[in-house]
Design a binder for this molecule. Structure first.
Ligand code: ADE
Length: 234
């Protein structure tokens, strides 16, 4: 049976999920609170990992080693890199790539981590299908599947945004997804990233983000719940 590890960076991204967890058991490691129980009939561990790549990767390792999760879902918000993705719209990852990992001085493509045989980490197709169906059930006609770009930067300048689009071709940008994908890949655990758009990752981002953070995060949590239900029914 699938056991989901569900990761959000911020409280607003996991709060609803924790509230909906049945028979929750709370434990702490590395300053993170792991909430284990049953979500929509599926065994799950929900955790707030904190912002950024290191927190995200540490969290995956704990979920794999200490909780034995068999699939990973990253839920949260993101800045849009695509004119057709508006605030509140949803992105399901096809793959995930760093925009701030650069060893191009040694002839590697930007994004590729030495020792890894891929530039972008591929998401699991079955989890993608569940995530897409769940997203469509919550917000029909507003979901795209594609690349997610991650880095340790809140993107809020047009030149920064343009650079990330050029380097990655991603649909959206955030700060944890690729680290989760990377750690999942190294552990042989399937993953998917599910993100709701909170801002346009440009000069309007610092205005839009505070306004739409909670709405977008909650929408994404609801999609994650719908996804957990589909996993149970599979
Ligand atoms: N998460 C939500 N919006 C973001 C942005 N503009 N940059 C990085 N992470 C984000």
């Amino acid at each position: 049976m699938t056991k989901l590890g569900i990761i959000g960076a911020m409280d607003v991204e996991v709060r609803t999920l924790k509230e909906k967890m049945e028979n929750p058991v709370i434990s702490r490691k590395a300053g993170m609170e792991f909430c284990e129980g049953i979500l929509e009939g599926t065994p799950a561990v929900v955790v707030q990992c904190g912002v950024g790549k290191v927190n995200a990767a540490m969290c995956v390792q704990i979920l794999c080693d200490c909780f034995g999760v068999t699939a990973l879902v990253n839920t949260g918000i993101a800045g849009s890199l695509c004119a057709e993705l508006d605030i509140g719209d949803l992105v399901v990852s096809r793959d995930a790539m760093y925009h701030d990992f650069d060893v191009s001085a040694f002839g590697r493509p930007v994004g590729q981590v030495p020792g890894m045989d891929v530039v972008a980490f591929p998401a699991d197709e079955t989890l993608m299908a569940y995530a897409y169906a769940a997203a469509e059930s919550v917000n029909p006609g507003h979901t795209k599947t594609g690349r997610v770009a991650s880095g340790d930067q809140f993107v809020c300048r047009q030149d920064q945004k343009d650079h990330i689009i050029t380097v990655t071709g991603a649909l959206c940008t955030e700060m944890e997804g690729t680290a989760i994908a990377h750690a999942a890949y190294r552990n042989g655990v399937p993953f998917v990233i599910l993100r709701a758009i909170s801002d346009k990752a440009d000069n309007s981002a610092d205005m839009d983000y505070p306004t739409f953070e909670a709405i977008a995060a909650d929408r994404c949590a609801r999609v994650t719940m719908a996804m957990a239900k589909r996993v149970r029914e599979a």
